[in-house]
Write a protein that binds this ligand. Structure first.
Ligand SMILES: [Zn+2]
Length: 169
């Protein structure tokens, strides 16, 4: 099932102030001054622009305080995770293995025509070591031995769809 995120083009406070997500306080302050100048009601006539001015004030209020900023960052991450469209689920045992390169890949076709792909070394990094046929090596090799079932979200190489790769021991 595909869940569409209707708010995906919604601007974050970082967008509103035209600063990067990891911007320093000074960069945020500079971004705020510019944005405030450009959206000031004295310079604008329409209500849309007035809303812009209020957004800028709100963005500055939240991002200028480390506490509200970190709270906002967490909310941002949560809303991003929530809006990832999950196309499908597939078991590792049903996935294709592409052994043509030195670092083999687990592949699954995406409806856009491209593939969801994750390399064996990427899987090993998160604790799943595979043999050359895509079978899981001894569960004891897992970094997290409590893990019995894992669901790994893999993005398509071309489009924004994601797939959940289910790995069970
Ligand atoms: Zn795709």
């Amino acid at each position: 099932m595909i869940r569409l995120d209707l708010n995906s083009d919604r601007k974050t406070y970082y967008d509103i102030l035209s600063v990067k997500k990891n911007a320093s306080y000074d960069e945020i302050r500079t971004g705020y001054k510019l944005a405030a100048l450009n959206s000031h009601p004295d310079k604008q006539k329409t209500s849309v622009d007035h809303k812009m001015f209020l957004d800028v004030q709100k963005a500055w209020e939240v991002l200028s305080d480390p506490q509200t900023r970190s709270k906002y960052d967490r909310e941002l991450i949560a809303s991003k995770l929530d809006s990832i469209p999950i196309a499908d689920e597939i078991n590792l045992s049903d996935a294709m293995i592409d052994k043509s390169s030195d670092d083999p890949e687990v592949l699954h076709p995406c409806r856009c025509g491209d593939c969801f792909a994750i390399t064996f070394s990427e899987l090993a990094e998160i604790g799943f070591r595979l043999d050359e046929n895509g079978g899981l090596l001894d569960g004891k090799t897992l970094k997290n031995s409590d893990l019995e079932n894992a669901s790994i979200t893999i993005p398509c190489s071309s489009c924004s769809l994601k797939i959940n790769l289910i790995v069970s021991l």
